[in-house]
Design a protein around this ligand. Structure first.
Ligand code: NAD
Length: 479
């Protein structure tokens, strides 16, 4: 079956191009997919435009859209194992993590099925009897939704669910590295009854289809999740036509640990924060900022546990960590390990490919900890997007806050302390979109997610995540 979905039809790429999909565990090609070009992207945009302009979809009753979102949620659960397996083959992450992703996105569709029924239109009191003034909300129009490879299904669904809830028509572009779970998602959307042309799917690289999907005048909104450099070029691309543009970008996320905590618990949080999914998480807590008096003990605990992480095939039971997503990405992260050494950081563990012959073909990299880091190092300032933790030490709360904010990014941060007031105080002082106190990583569909500063603009999830996909219109009627 072809992999592009345009105007309700599955089709092959117009130019006949195909792309190999590689399993990061063994570097083997396990599938090929259609690779779109500009002509396919244009066809998808025009199909979305036609569905928006000529069908009743944008004005469909909210209750009907809610039913549709609930059907999608049920289908995701029906196919949970199949989708999770696909995601693991494609990304290398463990099956346990992939299953969590499917459950999480099911909850996101269910949440927006509820949220779309919340009344947001309002009548304004103008003080005049002869005037009716209403503030109404409408879909924005044609939305290009672009997702990265680290959470392919999850990041795409954070966009698709609210965008459909609001009544838009969509062109989906997953990462060319990990497109398969999105192909499955689109099949489910069609099965759930999304009308032809409302959802369109284009697979391909940014170089091949990005320009059409971001610059085309028929596109009204672009929602992008990915790296900082790509985000900048997307903002430039959409500027000409002044499209509404949301960019969710990277992070260099501080994890502040005070001396009053239970150290074992803090070690758990630091490990999860830094090394879940081999650190390929936008909100990974890759900068450990620890109070001087407990730093040696905490770091020793982290190093000990990092050395015992069980690597393997994400499909196998008991595996704690899979490989990095691709050979090219591992090389990039290895470049940061070399940089850290040359900048004078002290390598405590990791930095190499595991010796186990069973892992030799995969794109594995050991969990890596660098001590004696400081703010002048690029290793501390740039997103490595791999299993690389840096350690900085502090003496006072003010110093901890200053270090935590000493990054151009502002996506997420963590605070470990037994003092609730201090936890709240430090969290408020950290200029990051999400801050966890005595935890690291969880999210819920009801709470907004997004970056401050160079981690992006706009919000996903929560009521604000739906507002991103709605236009506001003031209607003034003089009777
Ligand atoms: P990337 O920027 O390389 O690619 C992201 C997507 O953009 C891909 O689908 C890619 O094909 C597409 N793309 C590339 N060039 C394009 C162009 N010119 N026009 C249109 N589309 C284009 O990012 P990646 O390597 O896939 O993902 C990793 C990055 O994503 C990290 O920086 C990570 O922090 C970030 N991320 C952020 C969040 C968040 O919520 N803020 C979540 C997950 C990942």
């Amino acid at each position: 079956m072809p992999d592009l979905y345009i105007a309700g039809t599955w089709r092959a790429a117009a130019a006949g191009e195909r792309r190999d999909i590689v399993n990061p565990f063994d570097a083997q090609v396990f599938q090929t997919v259609d690779e779109a070009g500009p002509a396919d992207a244009e066809a998808a945009v025009l199909a979305a435009r036609a569905a928006f302009d000529t069908t009743g979809w944008p004005r469909l009753d909210a209750a009907e859209r809610a039913d549709l979102l609930r059907r999608v949620a049920a289908l995701l659960q029906r196919d949970k194992e199949d989708i999770a397996r696909t995601e693991t083959l494609d990304t290398g992450k463990t099956l346990v993590e992939s299953r969590v992703d499917v459950d999480d996105v099911t909850a996101v569709f269910e949440y927006y099925a509820e949220q779309v029924l919340v009344e947001v239109d309002r009548t304004v009191d103008t003080g005049r009897d002869d005037v009716l003034s209403r503030v109404e909300h409408h879909p924005v129009g044609v939305c290009t939704l672009i997702a990265p490879w680290n959470y392919p299904l999850l990041q795409m669904c954070w966009k698709v669910a609210p965008a459909l809830a609001a009544g838009n028509t969509l062109v989906l572009k997953p990462s060319e590295v990990t497109p398969l779970s999105t192909v499955h998602l689109v099949r489910l959307l069609a099965e759930a009854g999304v009308p032809d042309g409302v959802v369109n799917l284009v697979l391909g690289s940014g170089a091949a289809v990005g320009q059409v999907l971001t610059e085309h005048p028929a596109v009204d909104l672009v929602s992008f999740t990915g790296g900082l450099q790509t985000g900048r070029s997307i903002l430039r691309a959409t500027a000409e036509t002044v499209k509404r543009t949301t960019v969710e970008l990277g992070g260099k996320n501080p994890h502040v640990v005070f001396a009053d905590v239970d150290l074992d618990r803090a070690v758990d949080a630091v490990l999860t924060g830094a090394f879940l999914h081999s650190g390929q998480v936008c909100s990974a807590g890759t900068r450990l900022i620890v109070e001087e008096s407990v730093a040696d003990d905490l770091v020793a605990g982290v190093v000990d546990r990092a050395r015992r992480i069980r690597f393997g095939n994400g499909l196998d039971e008991g595996v704690e960590s899979g490989p990095l997503v691709s050979a090219a990405h591992r090389e990039k992260v290895e470049g940061y390990v070399a940089l850290g050494r040359s900048e004078g950081a002290q390598l405590l563990t990791g930095g190499s490919r595991p010796q186990d012959p069973e892992l030799a073909r995969g794109f594995f990299l050991e969990a890596t900890v660098f001590d004696r880091c400081d703010r002048s190092m690029r290793l501390v300032q740039e997103e490595t997007f791999g299993p690389v933790l840096t350690v900085e030490r502090f003496r006072t709360e003010a110093e901890a806050i200053a270090l935590g904010n000493d990054t151009a990014y502002g996506l997420a941060g963590g605070v470990q302390t037994d003092d609730p007031e201090r936890g709240d105080r430090v969290a408020r002082a950290l200029r990051h979109g999400t801050v966890w106190i005595n935890d690291f990583g969880p999210y819920v569909p009801q709470a907004e997610w997004g970056g401050q500063r160079m981690s992006g603009n706009g919000r996903e999830l929560g009521p604000a995540g739906l507002a991103e996909y709605r236009e506001t219109q003031h209607v003034w009627r003089n009777t």
